[in-house]
Design a protein around this ligand. Structure first.
Ligand code: PFF
Length: 453
């Protein structure tokens, strides 16, 4: 595929919606609230926002520059700019493949929970113990999660097969407004719950006594995963941006939207959690165990839980689409496959990995690799190693190696826009991002335990 025949996204809004579709996902609604709950609520939120603006925003902009200046897939983009940095593109492609391995599994759970909310089955239980048993039995079942995971993979495939404009762009234009509308409805509902004020206080009132150096590292890791950076996604999407797309505004809009969704997810979840007196730090199971139990205490519980799980399905889908696209366009451009064949190659290979990851929680649980089951191993390897490594390398590449004329050209759209904060942008990419990312990386590998307890 050459540059001329490559797809392009329609207007400015499309660029924002498509990129925000990738960023906004399970990371915002499933992961952010429990990580914030675990790390002190309000103070974590403040630190998180600082991480997003000072580190996430420049790196996302850097990835946009790489993608739009080359109009290639992640591997081709780095190779075009500097053959020695091609490995960074491969890091992204590999990370996208491995993330899909576990992300499709959790996405499958959200689909199952949505369907069971709609059929009313989720309302048959009442105690926390019953919901825990339900979740455990479900994820360990040998075929049900695999079935729902496969359904989710096929749903993603259909959209990818429709192409960039008709599939990715169109779906983002429908799904993102739907997601925001659902979140607003659920937030209002949550704010009106008796006893919810305490939850909001927990979420918005900073308690700095709970902050340790480690809180900063956790916030950064969360920000990277949530913004979908350090991987080929933003490079790939920016390769479809038009020449007049304002990269700075797009990156700012995406980061703000992503943070807004994370905050609204907290507004939905914390008042509900506090109104029934559950500890906010109940971990990853918050959404699949605690929340269904809470919904069940409400009038019209089926409606609320169906809407909530629909929200999760929509959020997950726009993210799986972006990860799938990284691989599809890689196979298509680098392996010279038709888009159709490339999409099937991605679908089949990720479906096999996801099925194995799903089974590793039950039937295949007896075969750990390095002490972890496949599902946890994929999560650990990507979130703790490949993404921070990708973010670090991207900031070094754009900050130090990439020709400044390319940066200027992309940031000013060939001289038609001003870019007054060029110095600040470079400073963040050259010094701040690498320094902090090195810390995260060492900490994730357990090498900073001496300093951070
Ligand atoms: N940002 C997504 C989320 O918050 O759920 C997850 C994700 C999507 C990570 C795409 C990385 C990526 F390339």
């Amino acid at each position: 595929m050459n540059r001329q025949t490559r797809a392009t996204l329609g207007g400015k809004l499309s660029a924002v919606l498509v990129a925000a579709g990738s960023s906004v996902g399970l990371g915002n609604i499933w992961r952010f609230p429990y990580v914030a709950g675990d790390n002190g609520g309000g103070a974590f939120l403040l630190i998180y926002i600082l991480c997003v603006l000072l580190l996430g925003l420049p790196i996302m902009t850097g990835e946009f520059i790489v993608g739009r200046s080359t109009h290639r897939n992640a591997v081709g983009a780095y190779r075009t700019l500097s053959p020695r940095w091609t490995l960074l593109g491969y890091n992204g492609v590999l990370a996208a493949f491995l993330i899909l391995g576990f992300y499709f599994v959790v996405s499958g759970w959200t689909l199952e929970y949505m369907i069971h909310s709609l059929t009313g089955e989720l309302a048959h239980y009442s105690t926390a113990g019953e919901y825990t048993a339900l979740f455990d039995t479900f994820v360990r079942n040998p075929w049900r999660p695999v079935l729902y995971t496969t359904l989710f993979v096929l749903l993603t495939h259909v959209i990818i097969a429709l192409g960039v404009e008709k599939g990715i762009e169109r779906s983002a234009k429908v799904l993102m407004p739907l997601l925001l509308a659902i979140l607003v409805v659920l937030s209002v509902h949550s704010l009106l719950m008796p006893g919810g004020g305490e939850g909001l206080r927990f979420f918005f009132k900073p308690d700095f006594s709970a902050v340790t150096p480690r809180t900063v590292l956790v916030a950064l890791g969360q920000a990277f995963f949530s913004l979908s950076i350090g991987i080929g996604t933003m490079v790939t999407y920016a390769s479809y941006f038009k020449a007049d797309t304002n990269l700075r505004h797009t990156a700012l809009s995406v980061t703000l939207l992503d943070s807004l969704v994370a905050i609204l997810a907290g507004v939905v979840i914390f008042p509900a959690v506090f109104s029934v007196g559950i500890a906010p730090e109940s971990g990853p199971s918050l959404v699949f165990i605690t929340l269904p139990g809470i919904f069940n205490t409400m009038p019209l519980s089926m409606v609320w839980s169906s809407i909530f799980f629909l929200l999760l399905v929509v959020a997950a889908l726009t993210s799986t689409i972006s990860l799938h696209e990284v691989l599809t366009v890689y196979f298509s451009e680098e392996w010279h496959l038709s888009r159709r064949a490339a999409a099937w190659t991605t679908t089949l290979s990720t479906a096999v990995l996801a099925a194995l990851a799903s089974l590793s929680l039950g039937a295949l649980g007896g075969y750990p690799i390095f002490g972890k089951n496949l599902f946890d191993g994929l999560d650990f390897l990507t979130a703790n190693i490949l993404l921070p490594l990708g973010g670090l390398a991207t900031s070094l590449f754009v900050g130090w190696h990439l020709d400044k004329r390319v940066i200027r050209r992309e940031m000013t759209n060939d001289g038609s826009l001003r870019f007054r904060i060029f110095g600040l942008f470079l400073f963040l990419l050259r010094y701040v991002c690498p320094a902090v990312l090195c810390l995260i990386f060492l900490d994730n590998l357990g090498l900073l335990k001496v300093f951070f307890t």
